[in-house]
Write a protein that binds this ligand. Structure first.
Ligand SMILES: *Cc1c(COP(=O)(O)O)cnc(C)c1O
Length: 373
């Protein structure tokens, strides 16, 4: 079946107890035992498992073409679970352009815990090869990357990982499963900040890990979820499933609008360069065409005139909101370096743009007036 159908039906069916077409929210933290001590529906305690979370996890596993999924209370909790499933002393290969929080977690939390890591330009496969060490157990991929939208060859990196006896994990937050399905390209794990496109309305925080195989590594992630305890609430699981039903249609529009905005910006004299894989001039365009079904709703630009000019543009928009995050129906613009702080490698004149579902003509008009003098 197609993603449009699966988004609506996978893990979702009318409530057998009442016939309600939309599942109820099971707020109960605890579940009654039978007289013989068994649990009639298998649910014991909501931190371990909850009907709304189980439905969400089934849906996410199906959308990514995986065997199992584990839902978390944030994207960072999902990344933490993958890293904690490794063993102290293990080595990770990490991209030079990636979600800033993931790098910070590696440096400030997981390095003291005992992991080591090397940072490489993941678009250069030779560099990835050269970074492999005897204890390399994980190669982390984010494509398109944040905030420069570099495109990494998932199949090729997964192969390098497997030859090294390591796993390949892909942060698939930006493209979402409608844009690319890393597990079908050979990756072992997919991670999502469901806070972004899957949630889609900037009103819930969540994360997920989806595994290609139901193996002992996923079992460790499950234990970290249940015993570590960073689980999403039943309400957040319900709200997320509600949003996922429209994901394929939202992503289609996000991508279409981003393409139009990118083309407008690429032709604007105040813009030094546009990073968007849907532009034929983007160095990863050919690879993105092979690996992705849609180029997604995220892009970044570098503004002529440095940081000051960029900040001025971000301050002059009317329809866009100047705020961090992405993936909601509303368009956002952000001066990224000032959010990332002193460790940032983001160019000072870069603005990151999350293109929303407003009419693209209105978005282009707003950017035109903000860029004009
Ligand atoms: C937002 C984001 C995260 C972190 O997710 P949170 O829900 O904020 O913890 C990780 N990766 C990417 C690509 C993101 O955009």
């Amino acid at each position: 079946m197609h993603l449009e159908t699966l988004a609506i039906h996978a893990g979702q069916r009318p409530d057998p107890a009442t016939g309600a077409v939309m599942a109820p929210i099971h707020l109960s933290t605890t579940f009654e035992r039978n007289a013989d001590g068994s649990y009639p529906a298998g649910f014991v305690y909501t931190r371990s498992e909850n009907p709304n979370r189980a439905a969400l996890e089934t849906n996410l596993a199906v959308l990514e073409g995986g065997a199992r999924a584990a839902a978390f209370s944030s994207g960072m909790a999902a990344i933490s679970a993958i890293l904690q499933a490794l063993t102290p002393g293990d080595h990770i290969i990490f991209p030079d352009d990636a979600y800033f929080g993931a790098g910070r977690l590696l440096r400030e939390v997981m390095t003291p815990w005992g992991l080591t890591f090397s940072v490489v330009n993941m678009t250069e496969l030779d560099a990835v090869h050269a970074a492999v060490q005897p204890r390399t157990r994980l190669i982390w991929v984010e494509t398109p990357s944040n905030p420069l939208l570099k495109i990494t060859d998932i199949a090729a990196v997964a192969q390098i990982a497997h030859e090294a006896g390591a796993r390949c994990a892909v942060d698939n937050t930006w493209p979402s499963p409608t844009g690319q399905q890393p597990l079908t390209l050979g990756a072992d794990l997919v991670m999502h900040a469901t806070t972004k496109y899957l949630g889609g309305h900037s009103d819930l925080l969540g994360g997920a890990v989806i595994a290609r195989q139901d193996d002992e590594f996923f079992e460790r992630i499950r234990v970290i979820q249940q015993i570590g305890g960073a689980v999403p609430s039943p309400f957040d699981c319900w709200l997320l499933l509600r949003s996922i039903r429209t994901l394929p249609y939202r992503m289609r529009a996000h991508s279409e609008h981003a393409q139009r905005v990118a083309e407008f910006l690429a032709a604007h004299p105040a813009v030094e360069c546009v990073h968007y894989p849907g532009l034929p001039t983007h160095p990863g365009h050919a690879l993105a065409r092979r690996q992705m079904r849609q180029f997604g709703g995220m892009l970044s630009i570098q503004v002529r005139g440095g940081a000051e000019a960029a900040i001025r543009v971000a301050g002059r928009v009317n329809i866009f909101t100047q705020a961090t995050s992405l993936g909601g129906v509303e368009s956002l613009i952000e001066h990224r370096a000032s959010v990332e702080g002193p460790h940032t490698t983001t160019p000072a004149n870069l603005l990151r743009i999350s293109v929303g579902l407003e009419h693209p003509d209105d978005l282009i008009a707003d950017l035109a007036q903000a860029l004009g003098d």
